[in-house]
Design a protein around this ligand. Sequence first.
Ligand code: PFF
Length: 458
Amino acid sequence: MSGARESVHGEWSGSVFFVLAATGSAVGLGNLWRFPYLVGDNGGGAFVLIYLLCILLVGLPIMMAEILIGRRGRHSPINSLRLIARDEGLSPAWQGLGWLGVAAGFMILSFYSVVGGWALYYAFEAVQGGFQGMDSDGAGALFEGLVASPALVVIWHTAFLLLLFGIVAAGVRRGLQRAVTWLMPLLFLLLVVLVLYGMTSSGFAETLTFMFRPDFSVVDGGTVLTALGQAFFTLSLGMGAIMVYGAYLPARSSIPGNTTWIVGMDTLTAIIAGLAIFPIVFSAGMEPGQGPGLVFVTLPVVFAEIAFGSLLGIAFFLLLSVAAITSGISLLEPAVAYLKERSGLSRTAAAGFITVAIWLLGIAAGLSLNAWADVRLLPFADLGIFDLLEFVSNDIMLPLGGLLIAVFAAWRVSAETRLAELGMQADSFRYRAWLLVTRFLAPAAVVLVFLNALGLFG
Ligand code: PFF
């Protein structure tokens, strides 16, 4: 029977709320900020195709594995792994996987909050009418001005984390459920408006070619690693965020069904974001490979042109901040839940301690874009602090975490546990397919991509 244990942190009041919360975690800056710029930097269609394959063949089965472990353990990822390992006579070292996730969450949230701060700053600029009459040069200058200013970057990073902490302290359930039930669909609607606007522009045909006609000559091992890392990042996988949400999932709720919804909505949002942003890029004759500034140097141009642009601009960047906050909450949750279990601190106090640590690391990430641009922490990697945090957490730690999660769920845990949690029959096609993919394909894909990125295949 599933749900032999009860969650010490309470439960979602139904499957819908789990799906909403997990979608709130998945849909965020990864879809609207990171996905478009990675597509731009990595040459378009081939990247999109590899990314979609990674989502389907690696992300989807691993998400099921994460939820399965979470619901069986009913605790923070660290303790869930420890308890399941104990119940099933496995090595206690498996809880190390939970610690890997907590470390990844700290690193991700530190730079995530810097970018969340940019979204807030843009909402603020829009309120002040800052996008009026803006062309692509003006938009570029606005973004460069922001990133080059240590004070602005640190102030808005601080504002983002304060908001995030305020919501966590006020009670995640109420705030989070409201945000994902009403505000996220609104954000999606706004994106659709932007796509419709893009369809009328001269850059739309080129957008379709760019995003959907693969040119494999631009692909190398690094591209595939980036696509895989992005698949984990966008689905919030490999660090326990979805696992901890799964710990609060009611016993009777269907894991495969919920997973399909979450993955579907996340993927749709990313594609729609691309369709909203690239028409602006091509119509204005900009370069798609703009790097991390892409959303911020394109969208203000449309808001300057479109009817009700200032209002839509305010709404868009506020909603983007909300999307980032619902993801940020899930980045905090594995560590908060653990600290609460371990110390008996209140949720607010636990979140407070962790937020301060992330705030400090985030300041280092933010300053590395300006004042500390030349600082290199690793002598052999020519990456600033921001880029290093992003690379190590997204492209290394998440896929590695995902690999270990797949091994734990598909090889180490008993078949009885797997079947009970997934609600499947041992001889059903669905179960066999999941087991095959999670046992062999997903781990092999991660290992091959790692080896390939190391240049081992010449
Ligand atoms: N999935 C989020 C996004 O796409 O913005 C980012 C994220 C949240 C990554 C939670 C990892 C995580 F655990």
